[in-house]
Design a protein around this ligand. Structure first.
Ligand SMILES: [Zn+2]
Length: 80
């Protein structure tokens, strides 16, 4: 019984990689590590501007789900 060499979380018995990491390994073999790394950086790693946009969108969604803007007004008055 060992721990997966890649994620270091899943337990493996007869292989080095768990099933998820084995799939990742096959994808890396098909597309190449460089292209996969580039895609992950562009898609998964967000810059500060992108994070702020996401936070604003989530706040707007929460306000809309409440049906009023009291939450947003309260947040603004607390930050001043
Ligand atoms: Zn794994």
């Amino acid at each position: 019984m060992f721990t997966c060499y890649l994620c270091e979380k899943e337990t493996v018995y007869t292989r080095y990689f768990c099933s998820d990491c084995n799939e990742l390994k096959r994808i890396l073999a098909v597309y190449g590590a460089s292209e996969c790394k580039d895609i992950l950086r562009r898609v998964c790693i967000r810059g500060e501007e992108q994070r702020n946009y996401k936070i604003s969108a989530e706040l707007k969604k929460e306000i809309e789900s409440r049906g009023d803007e009291t939450y947003f007004k309260k947040k603004k008055s607390n930050s001043v």
